[in-house]
Design a protein around this ligand. Structure first.
Ligand code: PLP
Length: 505
């Protein structure tokens, strides 16, 4: 695409200043008047064509950033489209140079800009956090464990002295607790920085093994998290064959598809235990039996499942299982890969000899101790919590279904207790989540999270064969242990008001 010439002028009665390295400090952060910066977008993933646009940003005195977009139809005749919502990704160019790629940037703020003027915050606002699949608040027990480990067990676990040994004992005990909670009878618990690293380590290990043994075929479900999909793309980039399993319209992998996809040279099957967008629980036990019978490594991403539903590692013939503490009321930045005894492990982070020599770096002792405490707590209260959260979800479904044209996408019982996927006909999900957040104090996430350059649409919902307009009107509500019945009543009201507001607009 041709780069639009540099231009300054008057746009919407705002004085436009081209930001240059010379005047940058004068304007950015120090200004007492609005700034407008011109940038140029290039590709609209919705209409699949290049669009030349000016990206306008102003900063008010109180530091609030406002964004707008004006489309350039020929340089001298541009049209302002405030709050444009159909350009989910923006490529930023300046002086003919591509600066950076920003996903969802203009879209989110664009919506905000367009809606801000007429949005009236609820006078009886209540903060309801309903995005527990994204992350959870750390529990009291986990926080206490974190503080205690930081204070009492601060030594370096590699140290051969008393403080070191004490810290090492935290790690040893945490491994035991985690193995017990997840049904690992014989194998290793390797601590990582979270679910993404654990998934990467598993995929890398299996693919390295496949390469060494000449088995270059991988089977993966189409609804895996990008921690898995992108790891496969990276590690199996050369001459591997990848079979991507379809899912049913309800979001389930069919075990017979796995059976039919297995070849002589299949080295790895990767299917998650529960999906992060629609919560569907996959037939892991059946797939595990198939893998065992065919001597294939089996990786399970249990990041959303651990602590919420039972996990039986050994019983399900799993070889690698990934978990992440912040999904079960533990701290962020710590996770683990559970590995079946005797299965290959590759080093993706090299350095010292921590974690049996497989994962270098001084261990995150407070994180590890806290994660074990959180998992222990979650598993102990699992039955009760799951039943209570399921009941809350049913109440929510009942209330939401009284709103016209609201559809629930995951009605089956074989779904994580807290996850609800909802489509609201004719309502843009990002606009809805914005209004819920700004006017109602409610946090939910869009089902169509912008995750790739090629498509703004959720790969999970696409795999479930949902139409584009339904995908863009889908939000994920994920309830957790901190939600109560009052939250649900408030959520129903907040959805009703926000949907009415957006439909009127
Ligand atoms: N796998 C699934 C299913 C997830 O939902 C997530 C996070 O949302 C991850 C992996 C990545 O975990 P982390 O955020 O701990 O890296």
């Amino acid at each position: 695409m041709d780069i639009v010439k540099e231009r300054t002028g008057d746009l919407m009665n705002t004085s436009i200043t081209r930001i240059t390295p010379e005047n940058h400090d004068e304007y950015i952060n120090k200004t007492d008047r609005p700034i407008v910066i011109l940038y140029f977008s290039e590709f609209c993933v919705h209409c699949k064509r290049a669009i030349r646009s000016l990206f306008v940003m102003s900063q008010s005195m109180d530091g609030i950033l406002n964004f707008g977009m004006c489309q350039v139809d020929g340089l001298d005749d541009f049209r302002l489209e405030k709050g444009i919502i159909n350009l989910p990704s923006i490529c930023v160019w300046q002086n003919g140079e591509k600066l950076e790629f920003q996903e969802g940037f203009d879209e989110i703020y664009g919506i905000g800009n367009a809606l801000k003027a007429t949005l009236v915050p609820n006078p009886n606002l209540r903060y309801v956090y309903a995005d527990n699949a994204a992350t959870t608040k750390i529990s009291k027990t986990a926080l206490e464990a974190f503080v205690n480990c930081s204070n009492e067990y601060f030594g370096n676990p590699s140290g051969n002295y008393e403080t070191g040994k004490k810290a090492k004992s935290v790690i040893r005990n945490a491994k035991r607790t985690i193995a017990n909670c997840l049904g690992l009878k014989n194998g290793k618990v390797i601590f990582t920085s979270g679910g993404t690293e654990a998934d990467n380590m598993a995929i890398c290990s299996a693919i390295d093994f496949g390469r060494e043994t000449g088995r270059k075929h991988v089977i993966v479900s189409s609804i895996e998290h990008h921690a898995v999909l992108n790891a496969i793309e990276k590690y199996a980039s050369d001459d591997f064959r990848i079979t991507v399993l379809p899912v049913s319209s309800g979001g389930y992998v069919n075990a017979s598809d796995v059976r039919e996809s297995i070849c002589e040279d299949t080295c790895l099957v990767s299917v998650m235990l529960a999906n992060n967008e629609v919560g569907t629980i996959q037939p892991i036990k059946t797939i595990g039996a198939l893998c065992k019978k065919n001597d294939i490594l089996f990786h399970v991403d249990a990041v959303q499942a651990a602590g919420h539903i039972p996990v039986a590692f050994s019983e399900c013939n799993i070889d690698y299982l990934a978990i992440s503490a912040h999904k079960f009321n533990g701290p962020k930045g710590v996770g683990a890969l559970l590995v079946n005894a005797g299965k290959p492990i590759s080093r993706i982070i090299v350095g010292g000899h921590q974690e049996y020599g497989f994962r270098a770096g001084t261990e995150n002792v407070p994180g590890i101790g806290s994660m074990a405490a959180a998992l222990h707590d979650s598993c102990k209260g699992m039955k009760e919590n799951a039943a209570r959260i399921r009941q809350l979800k049913e109440l929510l479904v009942e209330g939401l279904c009284t709103i016209p044209d609201v559809r629930i996408n995951n009605t089956s019982q074989n779904v994580l207790p807290g996850i609800l996927s909802v489509s609201i006909k004719g309502v843009n999900a990002k606009a809805l989540s914005y209004v819920l957040d700004e006017a109602e104090g409610v946090t939910v996430s869009t089902g169509a999270a912008c995750t790739s350059m090629e498509s703004n649409l959720s790969h999970v919902l696409l795999a479930m064969k949902m139409k584009e307009d339904r995908i863009t009107s889908t939000v994920r509500i994920s309830l957790g242990t901190n939600n109560d019945e009052e939250d649900i009543q408030y959520l129903i009201g907040a959805f009703e008001r926000s949907i009415r507001y957006l439909r009127k607009k």
